[in-house]
Design a protein around this ligand. Structure first.
Ligand code: ARG
Length: 467
């Protein structure tokens, strides 16, 4: 027997006749990944200890010993001095055992009136709350970057697409403000998730509550929770808040992935709409001409793992009877990776977006090809009294003529245009220009440069109100 196999777990050894199998100990341990929750675990323990002191379960001396002991353990961990033990299974028992090593018998009183079940439920909520607060600032930073570029490019004309076919001219600023809107809803979802998770499970103990006269409102307040959770069984078992976070994260990644797809297309020689700075791209080891948009590609790719984590957590939860089950230990790795991935992707985007350079001439050329002002010509005919369906037909014929002769609508002479309808006169050229087309869409939510500027101003006020 190795020394591993001979150890009986000191936290529950009383009931057991033989030590835990060495492989089983490693298999069931979570310390390798939940050590990351050390700070939240210590904060939770300190709040719990203060509550126990308030209700007379711990003396003032005991509270001081526990609080200071935990502070010192925190420093030890941060200096990399602690040796994590797999026999102690998880972060909770590692810290508690270390505390007892340090301060003696008083350390064994900390676990009075609680369980690892309410402890871990508390830790994850504290963790996620901190991470969401940071992610919200990163979403805002990315949105600020978008506003900067949108304002600069409010009047830059590019083709707008449906089915990835040229549809109507739009402004680049308007396109970027569409991205801004997606992110505003993502911000709202993360914010909502934070509000719903901010309740304290402490006191739920293993599942049914505890026989001590605990003050759950007090420990909740010490940890900046809005209050205690309402039902002990629910508190220790549900991880819906983590699922909700992953769902919100999946949507953030879906949006970043869509943006990525566009950036990848736009940097290609075929589109040639934008330039990404070299520092966000890489070259090829064989093709000297290549400049690859790695950051957007990687972000697009990483959306896959985040969607995967959402499905993992939903599946993890779906068949669990009340209350706590060990299955829930599997919530951490997907959750941590979701947070890490989201942080990385948002950071890369927030850094990169302000550096996007529009190639205005190239965008404009593309908008001029592909008959993007065809709808404007139809609307012109309608204003002159023609029913829309007839106007659609007339313009369709003009486009066919353009295709045959290699001419855009704006490049045709009045004679050429009026062969399709004698209601076309020389004022038609006002609507066939790209500027005429975008300026005409001058209403809330429209693509006119004036509207883009208004949208940017309104958006700045929204961001300012977040502070
Ligand atoms: N490591 C466990 C988890 O992550 C902590 C709670 C363990 N509770 C238990 N009764 N085994 O869920």
């Amino acid at each position: 027997m190795s020394s591993d196999e001979q150890k009986t777990n000191q936290q529950w050894g009383g009931r057991f006749n033989e030590p835990t199998d060495a492989f089983v100990a490693r298999f069931t341990a979570s310390i390798d990944f939940d050590k990351r929750l050390y700070d939240q675990d210590i904060r939770g323990s300190q709040a719990h200890a203060r509550m126990l002191n308030k209700i007379g379960v711990l003396t003032d001396e005991e509270l001081t010993a526990i609080t200071e002991g935990l502070d010192q353990i925190k420093s030890e961990i941060e200096r990399g001095e602690i040796e994590w033990s797999v026999e102690l299974e998880d972060i909770h028992m590692n810290i508690e055992a270390r505390l007892t090593d340090r301060i003696g018998i008083t350390g064994k009183k900390l676990h009075t009136g609680r369980s690892r079940n309410d402890q871990i439920a508390t830790d994850i909520r504290l963790y996620l709350r901190d991470e969401i607060d940071f992610l919200l600032t990163e979403v805002t930073r990315l949105q600020e970057g978008l506003l900067e570029v949108a304002e600069r490019e409010a009047g830059t004309i590019m083709p707008g697409f449906t089915h990835l076919q040229t549809a109507q001219p739009v402004t680049f600023g308007h396109h970027l403000m569409a991205w801004f809107e997606m992110l505003s809803r993502d911000y709202g979802r993360l914010h909502d998730c934070r509000a719903r998770l901010n309740q304290s499970p402490l006191g739920a103990a293993a599942l049914a509550g505890t026989t001590y006269p605990i003050d759950r409102f007090y420990s909740a307040e010490l940890l900046d929770f809005d209050g205690p959770t309402a039902n002990s069984l629910d508190s220790v078992s549900d991880r819906d808040f983590a699922i909700e976070f992953c769902a919100a994260a999946s949507l953030v990644m879906t949006h970043l992935s869509r943006m990525s797809e566009e950036l990848v297309l736009w940097t290609s020689a075929q589109f040639n709409f934008i330039e990404l700075p070299d520092r966000f791209c890489t070259g090829s080891s064989i093709m000297p001409q290549k400049k690859n948009p790695d950051v957007p590609e990687l972000v697009r790719g990483k959306s896959g793992r985040v969607n995967g984590h959402l499905i993992s957590l939903l599946t993890l939860m779906k068949s669990q009877p009340l209350a706590y089950n060990k299955d829930n230990q599997e919530d951490k790795e997907p959750l941590f990776d979701t947070v890490d991935t989201l942080k990385g992707c948002l950071r890369a985007y927030a850094d990169m977006v302000p550096a996007i350079r529009a190639k205005a001439d190239s965008m404009r050329d593309a908008a001029r090809r592909g008959f993007s002002t065809a709808t404007d010509l139809a609307d012109y005919l309608v204003r002159k009294g023609m029913p829309f369906r007839d106007a659609h037909e007339v313009v369709g014929k003009a486009v066919a003529f353009g295709i045959e002769n290699g001419l855009d609508l704006s490049e045709m002479s009045l004679d050429q245009l009026s062969q399709f309808s004698d209601t076309i006169c020389d004022d038609v050229f006002d609507v066939l220009t790209l500027e005429g087309s975008v300026n005409a869409r001058n209403h809330t939510g429209g693509t006119a440069p004036a509207q883009v500027k208004l949208a940017v101003t309104a958006a700045r006020a929204t961001l300012a109100a977040r502070r």
